[in-house]
Write a protein that binds this ligand. Structure first.
Ligand SMILES: Cc1cc2nc3c(=O)[nH]c(=O)nc-3n(C[C@H](O)[C@H](O)[C@H](O)COP(=O)(O)OP(=O)(O)OC[C@H]3O[C@@H](n4cnc5c(N)ncnc54)[C@H](O)[C@@H]3O)c2cc1C
Length: 300
């Protein structure tokens, strides 16, 4: 399989690399200390077409192949692994909303998501465990034209910076498993929604939080697809976002390698650069091999 990039993809890659170099790299540590990503920066990404460009043009996207989003995540991850997450969230949630929201709801949120005006988080994990994603407890009870949400999501990235969350909740009986899970788009300013941020070791610019839903009332129109279809949606979305996350973090791995190569050639000991020692450069060569292989797998 060939991954020769076409002119369009090379242009996106170059735009993302320039933005990363000129606008992101120097502010990485400051954003980590501040624990947030400036909204002006997110809007700038949107203007440059660096958020979910694969979405259809009629919904604000640029209709590019999915690979373009991966190239962007990789180029931005090279300078700031946290900011690359904006693109990944945009692609993951953008695809779920575009594929399953009612047209009016999709038109209300997607152009804002692509332009960087709105950030949408993904709310799946709960305190009792994330891997067993079909076993959700947060309940969505139908009442007339609304649903009432009650429960807690945990470990949700960007929850306290997001404008809305794609939320997975149980509409079926407690025993209904994956078939009883439905998805909703919930604005974070809905009464009864609160967040509590964790004190994480790193990636503080993104930040993780619990989100509490205390009898939150949302219109039934905010449900994404049919009742009981939520589990399939999220799993299909993850198929794509896994590859994007791979590229986000290998962008940052490549940056570490490039800095290491430069350093071992410049730093001298015993009258020669460190790079003259095989014990120094063999691990770097091996890491290059692994990063190159991972890149091909993620592009594929
Ligand atoms: C930085 C970060 C950001 C995150 N952002 C989000 C987010 O935005 N939205 C969101 O919904 N979630 C998010 N998560 C949560 C993440 O998806 C969960 O951590 C993940 O699903 C694992 O769930 P858990 O931590 O509850 O572990 P558990 O599911 O409780 O698993 C505990 C341990 O058991 C092992 N295990 C589980 N099942 C099996 C099995 N069947 N066989 C063998 N071993 C098993 C696991 O490997 C793990 O070691 C984030 C997590 C992190 C670390």
């Amino acid at each position: 399989m060939s991954f020769d990039l076409n002119d369009d993809q090379l242009a996106f890659q170059e735009t993302a690399r320039r933005f990363a170099r000129e606008k992101l790299a120097s502010g990485y540590q400051r954003r980590e200390v501040e624990g947030r990503i400036d909204r002006a920066l997110v809007r700038e990404m949107g203007v440059l077409g660096l958020i979910a460009p694969e979405l259809p043009e009629e919904l604000g996207g640029l209709g590019t192949p999915s690979l373009t989003s991966g190239l962007i995540a990789e180029a931005i991850g090279y300078a700031d692994v946290n900011v690359a997450y904006i693109q990944i969230l945009g692609s993951l949630n953008g695809k779920i909303i575009a594929g399953h929201a009612r047209p009016e709801l999709a038109r209300q949120w997607l152009p804002r998501l692509v332009s960087g005006e709105a950030i949408v988080a993904i709310g799946l994990t709960e305190p009792r465990g994330g891997s067993d994603a079909a076993n959700l407890a947060l309940s969505a009870r139908r009442k007339g034209d609304s649903y009432i949400l009650k429960g807690e999501k945990s470990s949700i990235s960007m929850a306290d910076q997001a404008d809305a969350v794609v939320l997975f909740a149980r509409t079926g009986t407690p025993e209904s498993g994956a078939r009883g899970v439905s998805a909703f788009l919930v604005p974070m300013d809905t009464p009864g929604v609160t967040t509590l941020r964790y004190n994480d070791l790193g990636s503080k610019a993104i930040g993780r939080s619990s989100i509490f839903f205390d009898d939150v009332v949302i219109p039934a129109e905010n449900r994404l697809a049919d009742e009981g279809a939520g589990f399939v949606q999220v799993m299909q979305g993850f198929d794509f976002s896994r590859a994007l996350i791979g590229l986000q973090v290998l962008g940052s791995a490549q940056a570490s390698l490039d800095e290491s190569w430069a350093y071992v050639q410049e730093r001298k000991a015993f009258g020669a650069p460190l790079s003259k020692n095989q014990g120094v450069i063999f691990p770097l060569a091996e890491a290059e091999t692994l990063v190159s292989a991972t890149r091909q797998l993620c592009y594929h």
